[in-house]
Design a protein around this ligand. Sequence first.
Ligand code: PHE
Length: 483
Amino acid sequence: MRDIAHRSDPNRKAPMSQSRDHWSSNAGLVLAATGSAIGLGNLWKFPFITWENEGGAFVLVYLICIAAVGLPIMMAELLIGRRSQKSAVGALKDAVASKWPAGRKLGGLVGGWGVLAGFILLSYYTVIAGWSLYYFAQSVGWTFGGFPADLSPGELFDAQVGNAGLQLALSLSFSIGTIAVVYFGVSKGIERIARIFLPILFGILLLMLFSALSMSGAGEALAFIFRPNFAELGRDAVLEALGHSFFTLSLGMGAMITYGSYISRKHSVVKASGAIVALDTIIALVATVIMFSVIFSVAGMRDEVGGSTVGMLFISLPELFYTEVPFGVVLGPLFYVLVALAALTSTISLLEVVSAYLIDERGLTRHKATIGAGAAIFVFTIFAALSFTGTPILSTMEVFDGKAGWFSTADHFVSNWMLPTGGFFITLAAGWFMTREATKSELVDGTEPGWFKYGAWRFFIRWVAPIAVAAIIYFVILGVDFS
Ligand code: PHE
């Protein structure tokens, strides 16, 4: 699977295993990586930050960030992985050592930083993913038993997150689901699940889109999202768009490096990157159109929603499905299936980052690595789950200003500090530490599409992306918040 150039590279250590599992096809890679990218970021975070930043101009800036920073880094991560055929730590060691042999250690540290980010991110992401299971069960009940007239969705939500036993059960179920997929490996576990779940996810979204577009608020929603008004756009909105492009594309922590390491030489990094980035972006926009069409169709809803991200997904929407949305009794439960599937294909990529590190660098078997990593991460999931239940310290600790509790602290640390700093070093590794020949042979290999220009990619990865990411880090140090 590896080319001649690799074998002649003196800095390249022999791979630990000759029989590395690979994606079975380009479609398999694209589906698995798109599954990682599409997640709570698309359904939970993007609609909310679009709302907060008044739509239009923010969406346009977001699209520019995705194209100018997200896409080049996506290619960089996939190529770093494909070239070395090792997961984040080993791949970044090889990448940095390609020009600077003494820098292996530094590359390894950056990879380790990514693995740590994956560990922490997975630990709290699972908690929100678990909520989708609860709302799925509830909505099935409402579909068959009717939505109770006296139910307050806000109180239901508070009771749900405040119930420690329930929270632990939900997150444990989700963690077990994640471990069960990763346990079976790349082609038989991750790819197989992505092949089944992503088409279902697209299908559900399409059904919901038809329903939403038939609602009276659809026109207003589309105008809000797509008609730019630059007067609304501040510096923080630009930074938020940039920061979110990392999160939503699963960049900055080695997830895409790890997935890239399972790409065989027959498959194109460039085409796959284009497809993953396009699909992730389309899904984020479709989800936003759906949610806003519903919200704009209901008198008074506009003002109610303002509160929080959580509010939109788990408080406003459940009731609206049963009172406003055409075919809502069917779409309600399906919507929470959608959230759960989107979250699961992301959590498996996070667990894969940690497991692949243990397999490639520590020599563990896949089974031991997934169960061991999954169990260790779950300990921290417990902390995150108990952050909402009024638990001493876990619910109140305040490391970062205004971020009370373990959950918010972890989210703030990963989104604001870990992903941008990791992403910054990854751009340097691909743009400055890897030789031109190395990156060129990965990207220009006869499989790349006609629109791709190597020189343009190199310019973006050496200059545009690192400067943009450095700007995020600079403003984070000054106290701007992306989480
Ligand atoms: N991209 C995922 C989302 O949008 C989150 C994620 C980040 C997954 C980093 C893996 C790695 O929800």
